[in-house]
Design a protein around this ligand. Structure first.
Ligand code: ADP
Length: 450
């Protein structure tokens, strides 16, 4: 029932009571009854109003007053409205929490800025990127916390297509890209992206192109010079012409080797698994490599091979031949005449196939060792070129080993010599016909020397 009807009913009852008493006793008694009843009603309303006023001082869903009649209807209405509002507020709060969690989970930094570029909120990534304290720095101007030249002008322009590069002083290797997006009334969303990897890949790509161009330019310049010379002096003595042609052919061989190595590298970088998993006759492969090494050495070195007969593993024969070949030819090229080179294959104490090439050549200073497998990295550029190196050999070795889940260990001392060890996972040695010899201590080992 509505408040209006309940009140009307009450007044009707009072009127009826007063008329009844007036008729039964005297009209004065009727009036007095009406007065007393109305006074009682009024007092009750004042009491309920006081309760309402008291509740309004600390309004809560649990302490809404309860009453009968018209006030009961009002209080019940208040209770329902309050419950509805709390439900709606909880739903909004939940949505907001979800939104905050999503913003927090973003891999990019997010900062909300007020009209005056004051920090209003930021996620943890932005706090890490920009060095601001979530909560602690709220209300402060971002330009007073983050000292980036051009930041104020950048925020002013608020052009979402524009980016600002920022290298935090606290983390010098890191490169961030900032984007400012206007929203609402004069507010901004500042997004910070960590572009360190992209930047690094870009630098590597630029360096690589510069290196390849440089490597190819040198032999091309030589060939170009000879061709110009031959064009300007068409009749050359036969001996000189032969020498020029021999030198040009040497340079074109060099270019061919660089291009071949580059193609091999790009093929190796293109996939994860070896092209072909097959049983590899390591014994035959290393004997052939030793022969090639002897040909390259032309009798200047003592070359020794220590391989267990029946040595075999699973992998890609072509790729392994290329990797082992690079290690063997490096040993020959970086060992002065009269030096010793030892190729060995064994199963180590953890059952892992192990290939090693040891020389007593020029050796490598410790600071170069971690960088040897980078493309075009050489300790001595001149010596590498003189001996026909491309600077890509160990990069190829690294990629072949990656594709065979193998690791490369390099032990070297300047002036004493180097040992390159390739360790394969044990299961690569589980091939039918393989001879499981431990620590090379096998009676069935071939020891060739030349
Ligand atoms: P390169 O074609 O120049 O030999 P690599 O990638 O095969 O290129 O090797 C990179 C560098 O590592 C070489 O330039 C050389 O300085 C060094 N290096 C590799 N093997 C040896 C070795 N056995 N002894 C001394 N230095 C070596």
């Amino acid at each position: 029932m509505t408040v209006w009807r309940l009140l009307a009913l009450k007044f009707a009852m009072v009127a009826l009571l007063a008329v009844g008493v007036g008729a039964w006793l005297t009209p004065l008694a009727g009036w007095i009854t009406a007065f007393v009843a109305l006074a009682l009603l009024y007092t009750r309303h004042i009491h309920q109003l006081t309760r309402l006023e008291h509740w309004l001082k600390a309004p809560g869903i649990d302490n809404v007053p309860d009453a009968a009649g018209a006030w009961g209807v009002v209080f019940a209405g208040i209770y329902r409205a309050l419950r509805r509002e709390i439900r709606e507020r909880d739903a909004v709060k939940h949505e907001l929490e979800l939104f905050m969690q999503a913003a927090q989970a973003l891999p990019d930094g997010i900062v909300i800025l007020d009209r005056g570029d004051e920090l209003s909120w930021c996620n943890d990534t932005a706090a890490r990127h920009l060095g601001v304290r979530p909560g602690g720095d709220y209300g402060l101007r971002l330009t007073n916390i983050v000292r980036v030249p051009r930041l104020a002008a950048f925020l002013q322009s608020a052009n979402p297509d524009e980016t600002l590069e920022y290298r935090p002083a606290a983390n010098p290797g890191q490169v961030l890209s900032l984007k400012s997006i206007p929203f609402g009334k004069g507010r901004k969303l500042l997004v910070s992206l960590d572009v360190t990897q992209i930047e690094r890949a870009d630098t590597t790509r630029r360096d690589f192109i510069a290196n390849v161009s440089h490597e190819l330019r040198t032999p091309l310049t030589v060939i170009h010079g000879f061709l110009e010379h031959m064009r300007d002096a068409p009749v050359l003595p036969a001996e000189q012409a032969r020498r020029h042609i021999a030198l040009m052919s040497q340079q074109s061989d060099r270019m061919l080797k660089i291009v071949d190595d580059l193609l091999m590298l790009s093929r190796l970088e293109g996939g994860d698994a070896p092209h072909r998993e097959e049983p590899v006759d390591v014994h035959a492969m290393l004997q052939a490599l030793a022969e090639e090494a002897r040909a390259l050495s032309a009798g200047r070195h003592h070359i020794e091979v220590n391989i267990a007969r029946g040595a075999a593993m699973s992998g890609s024969a072509d790729e392994l031949r290329s990797a082992f070949g690079n290690l063997v030819s490096n040993a020959v090229r970086y060992t002065p005449a009269g030096g010793r080179i030892a190729l060995a294959w064994r199963i180590d104490e953890k059952n892992r196939p192990l290939f090693s090439v040891k020389d007593n050549g020029i050796g490598i200073a410790a600071e170069h060792i971690p960088r040897l497998t980078e493309r075009f990295y050489r300790v001595d550029r001149g010596r590498s070129r003189e001996t026909g190196g491309t600077g890509l050999g160990l990069a190829i070795v690294k990629h072949v080993l990656l594709r065979h889940q193998a690791t490369l260990e390099i032990e070297s001392a300047l002036g004493t010599g180097s040992e390159f060890r390739v360790l394969f996972p044990y299961w690569r040695g589980n091939v039918a016909g393989a001879t499981p010899t431990s620590n090379g201590a096998s009676g069935a080992a071939d020891v060739d020397a030349a």
